[in-house]
Design a protein around this ligand. Sequence first.
Ligand code: ADP
Length: 185
Amino acid sequence: MKNIVIFGAPGAGKGTQSDFIVEHYGLTHVSTGDLLRKEIADQTELGKRIKSIMDAGQLVSDDIVIEMMDKAIANDTKGMLFDGFPRTVAQAEVLDKLLAKYGRELTCMVQLEVPKDELMRRLLERAKIQGRADDNEATINNRLQEYNSKTKPVADYYAAQGKQKLIDGLGTIEDIAARIRQAIG
Ligand code: ADP
């Protein structure tokens, strides 16, 4: 059973490539961003608490996402693709513990590498199409800052475990999907 993390800056293409990976390997896709946006859309208590944080491009607290992930792993039988999680080293450490608790282990981390000017271009393009509340220039800058200060160290965490697979995230969607399949094996 495979359990994979897809990793990269906002706009790196995690969502797009996730679709190909879950299809190819028969995994359950779990996106913390999607789960959190659903809480906001459903106007739950949690949704009300996190809306302003997400709109500002900041990370919601580790406790909230960790609880969501624990539930998601408990409910899964196929193996999972984690998209948007872990986003801090603390979350990465917890993911290892959670997987162990359910008798699993992380297979690898797939990291999409895309230069900053291309990230910005893609996110502004997506803003026009999807109208996501956090896809505007000020919030995008905050998200990239949060990524650089809190999330990037997660890459070193997996490199130290020998689980990091670096993927060139430029090119056609199909080319990138093929690179990922080759890296995962
Ligand atoms: P992107 O990677 O394009 O920025 P996501 O949909 O993955 O978009 O995440 C959107 C927002 O959801 C983040 O800016 C953050 O506020 C929140 N979020 C998602 N995942 C996490 C996480 N693991 N920890 C904390 N906050 C998160």
